[in-house]
Design a protein around this ligand. Sequence first.
Ligand SMILES: Cc1cc2nc3c(=O)[nH]c(=O)nc-3n(C[C@H](O)[C@H](O)[C@H](O)COP(=O)(O)OP(=O)(O)OC[C@H]3O[C@@H](n4cnc5c(N)ncnc54)[C@H](O)[C@@H]3O)c2cc1C
Ligand code: FES
Length: 256
Amino acid sequence: MKYKKSLYPIVKKEILRKNIFSIEILCPDIASIAKAGQFVHILPDNMTLRRPISICDIDKENGIITIVFEVKQEGTQRIANKNKGETLDVLGPLGHGFTLLPDAKKVVLIGGGIGNPPMLPLAKYYSNKATVISGFRNAECVILQNEFKNTGAESILCTDDGTAGRKTLVTEPLKELLANGNIDAVYACGPIPMLKFVAAIADEADVYCEVSLEERMGCGIGACLVCACKLKKEGKDVMGHVCKNGPVFSSKEVQW
Ligand SMILES: Cc1cc2nc3c(=O)[nH]c(=O)nc-3n(C[C@H](O)[C@H](O)[C@H](O)COP(=O)(O)OP(=O)(O)OC[C@H]3O[C@@H](n4cnc5c(N)ncnc54)[C@H](O)[C@@H]3O)c2cc1C
Ligand code: FES
């Protein structure tokens, strides 16, 4: 696995929503090799364990990656406390990203809540061949909608309470798109119950599906076993590492 580790400067920081931050990091050596679906492992100040955050945007020309994350506890709070001009200790890019299908004519990208950020590089790659279905709890949690629209992808916004977009779960528009046919692949990131339903619906429609899983992590490079997970390969149960073999897996490999 090819990855870099250094202190990299923050070139932009924005508060997107309450507790949701977007940080642009100038790291040309990471940006030049980063792929859709990979993540970076960031060391918060005065902590020993890094925090995994997906790469939300890759600007290879200017050597910048963007991360979008929600403050959960102390680690993400310390990352969010950093400002433009300060540095972040970043290890990356890590993990196995999404499989890009150059011949695909139509794909569906599904993001649930803070699972939306890793869908943006895929939306940029597929552009008008993609339909992005984004799901959030309510209007106050909605992020990245202009960014998705700017990629040329069609976008469908859903909220649990109907305060923005359609009042439905992301699985409903997915079923409608699959019923119309001609979908080559489905990609998803979000809470496990959502991923499980998405995988089952894609499976029933016999459409290739990849999901990005979240697991607690230690090293992030396959050396500590913290992120061990059960997988299925050629009908057999095997152990894998979310950090190294994933975070993106074919939905058929995952033991739900
Ligand atoms: C591959 C991957 C990509 C991710 N991408 C994003 C993203 O783009 N945006 C975003 O907001 N969040 C993302 N997360 C979740 C994010 O890593 C956790 O919210 C964060 O680690 C919580 O740290 P904390 O110190 O604030 O919280 P705490 O809960 O206090 O963290 C304590 C410990 O648990 C680990 N941990 C807690 N929750 C998670 C979790 N869900 N996944 C992995 N480790 C966890 C932390 O690394 C730390 O070691 C991602 C997780 C993974 C595995
Ligand atoms: S986090 Fe150490 S093996 Fe995956």
